[in-house]
Design a binder for this molecule. Sequence first.
Ligand SMILES: *Cc1c(COP(=O)(O)O)cnc(C)c1O
Length: 408
Amino acid sequence: MVQKSGEHQILQSRHLQHLEDRLDVESVADLLEAVLPSARRPLPLHEPTFGGNEWSYVKECLDTGWVSSAGSYVDRLEGMLSEYTGAKHAIATVNGTAALFICLKLVGVGPGDEVLVPSLTFVATANAVKYCGAVPHFVESDERTMGIDADKLADYLKEIAKLQSDGCFNKQSGARIKALVPMHTFGHPTDLDPLLELCERFGLELVEDAAESLGSYYKGRHTGCFGKTSALSFNGNKVVTTGGGGAILTNDASIANLAKHLTTTARISHRWSFVHDQIGYNYRLPNINAALGCAQLEQLPRFLEQKRLLAKKYADAFRDVFGVRIFTERPFARSNYWLNVLILDEPYAHQRDEVLEVTQRRGLMTRPTWTPMHKLAMYQGSPKMQLSITENLEQRIVNLPSSASLVG
Ligand SMILES: *Cc1c(COP(=O)(O)O)cnc(C)c1O
């Protein structure tokens, strides 16, 4: 590793002679340690911060007995989410995976359909498609966004898709291609405009997996406001947490009503009768979790400031370092920097595990990205396009400790 200039030059150049064709991994770890507080080891990848009204809101649930399926915090959380994101409607759910599953059902994804999803994602994206009886069709990612590569997808669809009056069909499988699910990887907004255009051209529904991107904006608008429906997650490792939880966002009032209905066992409202008009789901977020969420959302602006500052520190530390870089937001994006990303340059991809080992030995809980979906046993037979960038990125991405609490 060679340093172009700056304060770390001496540190780096010490290793130059015998390490010129290898990444000096110990020096990478030194640079990380210089950014991070030294008081505590191990340092988790991402942990929540409870510094606001969490105790008092949760205590109120316990004191009043409203812990479960009724109580005011669910409505309050939904109102806060709608106001914060600008989505007209927000429906809280038991987790992000359930939210995404219902999002897909709401746009009409059904048995036998294919849904275009990135292979570089958390397994929930593909699983939610499967829960609909549909088939995930894996598409390539772009190194500049870590999200779906719209240009390559356009070329691919021109080749494999045919448009009929009743929708878009895969010429090879014969299945209807119903929807496209972009995911905002590690909080970085993907380039949505060309994807929206593709959906328009091929008659596909856009559903955003915005599980990682609460607080992230694309061209000034909050992510999750571009799809017909979108899913958020408040799992314990996300930007804000409800313990476990998620939400569906939509601008369509009738979809919002149906989302609420489906996620609350499809019960017809009545003073005493239990009548359900279809097979619904018990996916409602408990009030006690919503209480936690309200307290967390109140602190989101501060969390975002801290996370963006941490990202800047990482970026500054590695600015002039050859061999690696820190992923930074694109000009069209304002990112929540949920998980920071160190990307190894191509020639050093084979040293990824060494980076993981050295940093973890020092108590820094780094981790590789997800195994791409098309490599998982249950998805190996799924349709896919050429995924060489996805496989290449898998070898080069290392996630760095990113908790908001790591900055003052
Ligand atoms: C976290 C996450 C989900 C699902 O969230 P849960 O709340 O854990 O069910 C879905 N997709 C992506 C990309 C995620 O990171």
